[in-house]
Design a protein around this ligand. Structure first.
Ligand SMILES: Nc1ncnc2c1ncn2[C@@H]1O[C@H](COP(=O)(O)OP(=O)(O)OP(=O)(O)O)[C@@H](O)[C@H]1O
Length: 360
């Protein structure tokens, strides 16, 4: 079992200095709008992923008029204590586990897995392909240790290749040899990313379907299609055949950075055809299936962070969700709501494992 025992937040968003202790499996967090419920979930997400769920800007995570923040958390993973400290000061970020600083933050990710379900998640369906890649990558890097390193290196090489393409366009000259080197590196780091994405989806979609049917209370066929140029040809061939076009466009037009996922409901694009309720059910199914694969892979349940679910789902779906997450396969759950009574009522059958935190 993975349990977050306590966390302290200093100058993190609206928290000047605050400590929270968690002694039950399920923690309800209540308080008025803007009182910091989501920010507390985000701090928990931060110590698991070394970054905020909501923003990549550390300035936005830092309390206004200050120059940094500090998060300190104590985790219990299968009986072993882990002290995680994240600090950002004057733009410099440090993360340590049990007082050992990390050289690369990517090495922390996956050690303390978590799944967040938040209102903005609709962007996974409605937004651009980047949103879907971000979601998939955040999941896969918790399962495959080398995945994130490959992805980071791939992005760096991609940037270098794109600036070389710009230089060629403005200054001319033959840079085929250097492009060959970049291509080789893109293939080396990009192909394993493609293979992990491709192999992951078929079994994942079965879990999404099961959860969708359960939450929606009816059967509708959902599907995820993985769109990638590497289905048709190996990466080196794709880059070679695109080279002329890339030089014209001054950017790399094919590769795993262009991948997308097509979400389907009864064979129609979810983005344009599904109702709001169907989209919400799908998103929850997607996130809970994510939870399930991580649980099976790690052999313990990740933390589950549920933000504002009462506002997002109708009563029936909420009660199915609550009975699911109260069940034995779930671990520590954090759930926010503006109404304390609604939380107490939802978990009244689990009151022995339920703790309520009230924000001031
Ligand atoms: N960098 C920051 N410095 C100080 N305060 C911040 C910062 N970023 C956000 N806040 C404040 O945090 C508050 C929002 O907190 P949060 O989103 O956690 O509220 P909430 O309790 O989840 O609200 P709701 O019920 O509306 O979802 C706002 O009052 C906002 O001004």
């Amino acid at each position: 079992m993975l349990l977050l025992r306590k966390i302290s937040l200093v100058q993190f968003k609206n928290y000047t200095a605050e400590r929270f202790e968690f002694n039950k499996r399920i923690t309800g967090i209540t308080g008025r709008n803007g009182s910091g419920k989501t920010n507390l979930l985000d701090a928990i997400y931060y110590i698991c992923f070394t970054k905020s769920y909501f923003t990549s800007s550390e300035a936005q995570n830092t309390q206004y008029q200050t120059n940094g923040f500090r998060l300190e958390a104590y985790m219990d993973k299968k009986g072993q204590e882990g002290k995680i400290v994240c600090t950002v000061k004057d733009g410099k970020k440090d993360i340590s586990l049990n007082d050992e600083p990390y050289d690369r933050f990517s090495h922390h990710i996956g050690k303390y897995p978590a799944v967040m379900i938040a209102p903005d998640d609709a962007e996974i369906i409605l937004g651009g392909s980047e949103e879907r890649r971000k979601w998939l990558d955040a999941l896969l890097c918790q399962l495959h240790p080398g995945y994130l390193d490959n992805l980071i290196t791939y992005q760096k090489i991609l940037q270098q290749r794109n600036s070389l393409l710009k230089t060629i366009a403005t200054q001319g000259g033959n840079q085929d040899a250097l492009l060959d080197v970049f291509d080789e590196q893109l293939v080396y780091h990009g192909t394993p990313v493609f293979e992990v994405r491709r192999d992951f989806l078929p079994s994942f979609i079965r879990q999404v379907q099961e959860l969708y049917d359960y939450l929606a209370g009816q059967h509708e066929v959902v599907n995820i299609q993985y769109q990638c140029g590497l289905h048709e040809q190996p990466f080196n061939k794709l880059l070679a055949s695109n080279r002329y076009k890339d030089m014209m466009m001054q950017r790399t037009t094919g590769g795993i950075h262009r991948d997308d996922l097509q979400f389907l409901l009864d064979d129609h694009a979810m983005k344009t055809s599904a109702s709001q309720g169907q989209r919400k059910s799908f998103l929850f199914a997607l996130k809970l299936a994510q939870f399930e694969v991580i649980r099976q892979h790690k052999k313990f349940p990740p933390l589950l962070l549920l933000d504002d679910v009462f506002e997002k789902l109708d009563r029936e779906r909420v009660s199915r969700l609550i009975s699911l997450v109260s069940g034995p396969t779930y671990g520590q759950v954090f759930i926010t709501d503006t109404h304390a009574e609604r939380l107490l009522d939802a978990f009244k059958e689990n009151e022995d494992s339920f703790q309520l935190i009230k924000m001031r």
